[in-house]
Ligand binder design. Sequence first.
Ligand code: GTP
Ligand code: MG
Length: 195
Amino acid sequence: MIIKQAELETVCGITSKLPENEWPEVAFAGKSNVGKSSLINGLLNRKSLARTSSQPGKTQTINFYKVNGDLYLVDLPGYGYAKVSNEIKAKWGKMIERYLHGSKQLRAVFLLIDIRHDPSANDKTMYDWVVHQGFEPIIIATKLDKIKRSQVQKQIKAIKEGLNLLPGTKVIPFSAETKQGRDEIWEVINSLRED
Ligand code: GTP
Ligand code: MG
């Protein structure tokens, strides 16, 4: 995928009105620190258009990145971030739900899972909820560069079993360091926007 143009167009906080975009959207969900913003940078060939941090809880708004004038990549705040109060967590949760439930242009939800770890209870809840909303989530197993090649299949199996994935669900390993997986993710995005 050739990126001719990429820009952060809309930033939404807890009380913001969500945009009614005229182009397809794909969203990236997952636990804090799993690599959502890094994945977006990787897809867009940008080093730091989406702000990343080694500290969880970096993205605290819903950020809409417009790509080549006719598509949005949507960066969501992470869940499971321990350092904020339950009240704030609940507000973020509601904001993410409001977006995933309400967007008319949302074509697909990518759920990111760290390839090193078995899915958490929060990951499972998120997966089930997204399925319940009528999506077929695509799983991205992030930080592929952090494990040995010989471990990859075993970890993918653990993710499939841990989330109890529906048959046929895609699991795409990705590394923001090496960009492995980038082309496959773009193929999926491009196939969805044609529907
Ligand atoms: P929140 O915004 O807090 O929800 O986190 P996030 O999911 O957006 O994660 P982010 O992209 O900020 O990445 C978190 C940390 O993981 C950063 O230090 C990244 O550099 C690192 N990271 C992300 N992806 C990869 C990867 O594929 N490989 C390696 N080695 N590090 C990664
Ligand atoms: Mg982020």
